[in-house]
Ligand binder design. Structure first.
Ligand code: HEC
Length: 315
């Protein structure tokens, strides 16, 4: 500490300023990344809302019917619960296929997974029907936390991603398929004989909508986000700091040096020799500026020594 105190004031000040700049940089990085994470969490909420709404839409029609076309080999209807042959309108084998809401959401999830979209989502449950929907480690933590705390959502940052889970509560209608296998529609129990995927209890947690969004927050991308306004603010701050430095130099360091020069000249000169006195400002002795006061005091000391000397040599 003494070594620091012994440094020239300008060095001390520069060091302090550097420290301050480092703290400000780390601080703004931390604030930036926290804002970025909470923004990403909001994106995840929006994705979950969209999945929810899409499920509501499919629920309105108790699932969605998809019709195949035997003349089009490329048209695949994928998984379905029930199949009803269409009345021979398209071709003999044309049929409607019912996709229940969870299946519709699963297919949307598959499309999202295969797309370049950054935000991916899945529907999952610890009582999953489809092994492809089995919960990940995060999903399990999310479900047990939501069960314990009664929260509606849970999120964490893991492996460079924001992982978000939204609670799905089992309603009466869900029990039709997810209650007991023997009471489930034949199409469901044929596809998923159980016991996995059944045993939902009304009002209890059924599963979660699980969203994953990659976090791409680095210093580089942080700086890339700077727009004109941010640069203008940074330039203004830099100008402010430069102004402060100039002020310290002009108002403290340079005047103190001048006082020191005077004191050195006075102490090194022969008594009675004429030394130029420093005067920073007119009426300096009435100034409240500490450096003016110091200068006045040094000059007064010099005057009293001269006075003493003259008195002594006169005798
Ligand atoms: C018509 C029958 C049916 C109803 C009603 C139904 N589900 Fe499902 N649910 C299924 C089927 C079938 C799957 C498997 C879909 C797949 O293959 O991905 C499934 C899958 C799920 C999944 C994904 C995990 C898994 O089990 O594979 C969740 C979560 C889920 N359902 C929750 C619900 C909730 C909550 C409700 C009520 C709001 C509900 N389901 C109503 C049939 C149904």
């Amino acid at each position: 500490m003494n070594a620091f105190k012994k440094l020239p004031l300008s060095y001390q000040f520069a060091l302090l300023l550097l420290g301050l700049a480092a703290i400000a940089a780390v601080g703004s990085y931390l604030i930036g990344s926290s804002v970025y994470i909470s923004e990403t969490r909001n994106q995840a909420r929006t994705v979950a809302d969209m999945v929810d709404n899409f499920g509501q839409w499919a629920t309105r029609y108790r699932g969605v019917w998809v019709k195949d076309d035997p003349r089009d080999a490329k048209l695949q209807v994928g998984s379905f619960l029930e199949r009803e042959v269409a009345n021979g309108q398209v071709g003999d084998a044309a049929a409607f296929h019912r996709k229940n809401p969870a299946l519709v959401q699963r297919e949307l999830s598959d499309i999202t997974m295969a797309s370049p979209a950054k935000a991916k989502f899945r529907m999952t449950s610890d009582r999953f029907m489809n092994p492809g929907n089995a919960p990940t480690e995060f999903d399990k933590v999310a479900m047990s936390t939501i069960r314990e705390t009664g929260a509606t959502e849970y999120s964490e940052v893991r492996g460079g991603q924001l992982l978000y889970a939204r609670r799905l509560v089992a309603e009466k209608g869900c029990l039709r398929c997810h209650g007991v296998p023997s009471e489930a529609p034949a199409a469901v129990s044929a596809l998923y004989p159980g016991p996995q995927g059944y045993g939902y209890e009304e009002g209890k947690l059924a599963g979660v909508i699980s969203v994953a969004i990659p976090l791409e927050f680095s210093i580089g991308s942080f700086v890339q986000r700077f727009d004109r306004q941010v640069w203008a603010a940074l330039v203004a701050m830099a100008l402010g700091v430069a102004g402060l430095l100039a002020f310290i130099r002009q108002q403290v360091i340079v005047p103190v040096r001048k006082v020191r020069e005077f004191a050195l000249a006075a102490s090194g000169s022969d008594p009675g020799a004429k030394i130029d006195k420093v005067e920073f400002i007119e009426g300096e002795h009435t100034s409240a500026n500490e450096i003016h006061e110091l200068n006045t005091a040094v000059k007064a000391m010099h005057t009293s020594i001269e006075y003493l000397y003259r008195k002594m040599t006169k005798r």
